[in-house]
Design a protein around this ligand. Sequence first.
Ligand code: GLN
Length: 272
Amino acid sequence: MPTVSEAWQNASKLIDRFEAKLLLASCLGVNRTYLITHDKDVLAESVFNHYKDCVQKRAKGVPVPYILGKQEFYGRPFKVTPAVLIPRPDTETIVEFVLAQCPIDSELSVLDMGTGSGCIAITLALENSNLNVNATDVSPAALEIARANAKNLGADIHFYCGSWFEPIPASQRYDIIVSNPPYIHREDEHLKNLGYEPISALTDGFDGLTHIDHIIKNAPSFLNEKGLLVFEHGWDQGESVRTLFKKHSLWKDIQTIQDLGGNDRVTAARLF
Ligand code: GLN
């Protein structure tokens, strides 16, 4: 059996060096410093076999979070499987924007549509305990992951299974609706590099705007007066999303916010 340092150095011939160390640390159940302090330890056969399996998956292109079964978002570990999109750092932009709109002592109701791993809904609930957070997803497999994350992280979320507003009782009203819907254009180059993630969470199979349009049209029936509707969208969709809001003349304070990379990422509007 190889030693710790031999194992990750050999793996570095196939995959990125940093990822080789990350995967080995995970197989050993230790942090990366341990790999330095125990570099001459010989690996147990079971650990080595597991590691080889992980390295092979990575070499084939499986994203690291799916191999590890987790991804950090807003400083918390979220369980992920191929049933859900891997949480992206860009999505922290929508979370920060929504938190900034919520005075710390006012109780507001929030609906996160198409929650996936639950990263937006759960983070909002944990960052502001006055928020009453609800979330939907059309995929029962995704909801199972979101429920597990809510339980593990101690967030109290009410989940609904169904397409967009379909599962929401007609009398229900929220102060804030947020969504990170499948917004990638079906011809976007980027899509082919995302082949391990659920395609239905990435694109509408059209121009990436159909779900956003659907939600803008229907949200007024589910929002309180002056309620806020907030989307994450593609770097080049800010203007299109603002135009969709403007089409309905029900919305004011239409604004687009940039992510840390300086790209348009979030557009929000308030109901009159
Ligand atoms: N932000 C993701 C990406 O560009 C896409 C997420 C989505 O479609 N909601 O990879």
